[in-house]
Design a binder for this molecule. Structure first.
Ligand SMILES: NC(=O)C1=CN([C@@H]2O[C@H](COP(=O)(O)OP(=O)(O)OC[C@H]3O[C@@H](n4cnc5c(N)ncnc54)[C@H](O)[C@@H]3O)[C@@H](O)[C@H]2O)C=CC1
Ligand SMILES: O=C(OP(=O)(O)O)[C@H](O)COP(=O)(O)O
Length: 335
């Protein structure tokens, strides 16, 4: 089988995980990853066998540091069928011209605006609409986590309204530059946060509003979800619907915090402690006065990774059925 040639532009938190996830599939392969500087992450990428590309002006620095670079980012893009742009939010949009001129497809991440790609993606909600598209945005980690629960609950019972409050991890574990370290920050203060409107870019008919704050933790985000449902149902009915979702994991058995979820991910030997699934506290699923409530935790570093693989498969038309792609991705990752 001829594999789709995939480049990762921006080998950071998301990019390095997408690169490994693509390599694990049998219908696509990584032809290169980009690093701006020859730091430890570039050295590891080289050790893992990835061809490294860099901005043309920085190629000399790589040579000096003894980390071989295969060429410029422009060269990498030209060699690929599809680029997964994992550069920091707001930088990715600057690369659109480059991709268009090279005639390659591109996926951006949730840090970019919906309008940049024109199609916001979540595998269970709208895989089929991405078939053959040139540009797609995989929505942010929190938005992905929301779509994964709202979509099946809406299908089963109808959703009249969603209210969600998000406690957002302040920064990723490797980030030593930002905070807060001793504050809770309403973020943004002006409501709603981007998450509700972003869910609507994927599932337009959902009535949703969201508020978010940043808290001094690096491990995971935590959502308090409240939904008014169309049909009458019990907590057990909702548990059944979420229980069928391959990318939703129920947690319990003494797991009472995000810290214990991360420990669990280590114990089951997940690469980089990645928890690709939404973690829903099964005991928190409650119906009160006809409304649904539950808690879920979202591992921001990894939740969008399987979605990127499915988005590639849809755009490259490697599989026309979303459910089949999800199963294939999950199996290759060990999810
Ligand atoms: N970290 C997270 O929790 C999540 C991030 N996202 C989104 O994913 C995207 C990437 O975020 P992260 O991986 O966290 O960022 P990151 O900062 O960890 O990684 C970005 C990488 O891109 C490189 N880079 C910077 N400018 C570049 C350029 N002009 N050309 C090529 N490479 C360049 C950086 O050196 C770094 O290696 C953003 O849109 C973000 O909003 C989505 C879900 C979760
Ligand atoms: O996609 C994410 O969060 P978001 O869904 O709150 O935008 C990532 O955790 C990145 O968030 P950041 O912009 O706080 O680094």
């Amino acid at each position: 089988m001829v594999k789709a040639k995939i480049a990762v532009n921006g080998y950071g938190t998301i990019g390095k995980r997408v690169a490994d996830a693509v390599q694990a599939q049998d219908d696509m392969e990584i032809i290169g990853v980009s690093k701006t500087k020859p730091n430890y992450e570039a050295a590891v990428a080289h050790q893992l066998g990835f061809d490294i590309y860099a901005p043309a002006a920085n190629l000399g620095a790589f040579e000096k540091a003894g980390i071989p670079a295969a060429g410029s980012i422009e060269e990498m893009v030209k060699k690929s069928d599809l680029v997964v742009d994992c550069t920091p939010g707001g930088i990715g949009e600057e690369n659109k011209d480059l991709y268009q001129k090279a005639g390659v497809k591109a996926i951006w991440q949730g840090g970019e605006e919906h309008e940049l790609a024109g199609y916001s993606f979540n595998a269970i909600a709208n895989y089929e609409g991405a078939l053959g598209l040139d540009f797609v945005r995989v929505v942010s980690c929190n938005t992905t986590g929301l779509c994964r629960v709202i979509y099946p609950i809406d299908k089963a019972f109808g959703v009249n309204k969603v209210r969600v409050t998000l406690a957002r991890r302040a920064v990723d574990p490797n980030d030593i530059k930002k905070g807060p370290i001793n504050a809770i920050v309403p973020d943004p203060i002006k409501l709603p946060s981007h998450h509700g409107p972003d869910v609507k870019t994927v599932i337009p008919h959902i009535n949703i509003t969201s508020a978010a704050m940043k808290i001094p933790t690096t491990l995971m985000h935590l959502h308090t979800v409240n939904m008014e449902l169309g049909d009458k149902c019990t907590a057990e009915d909702v548990r059944k619907v979420l229980g069928y979702q391959s990318r939703v994991r129920f947690v319990g058995q003494g797991i009472a915090s995000t810290a214990e979820i991360m420990e669990f991910a280590r114990d089951i030997k997940r690469p980089r402690n990645d928890m690709w699934e939404n973690c829903v506290w099964s005991d928190s699923i409650t119906m009160h006065e006809g409304e649904l409530y539950f808690f879920q935790a979202i591992h921001q570093e990894s939740i969008v990774v399987p979605e990127n693989v499915d988005a590639i498969r849809a755009m490259m038309e490697l599989e026309s059925n979303g459910a089949k792609s999800i199963m294939k991705t999950n199996k290759a990752l060990g999810l």
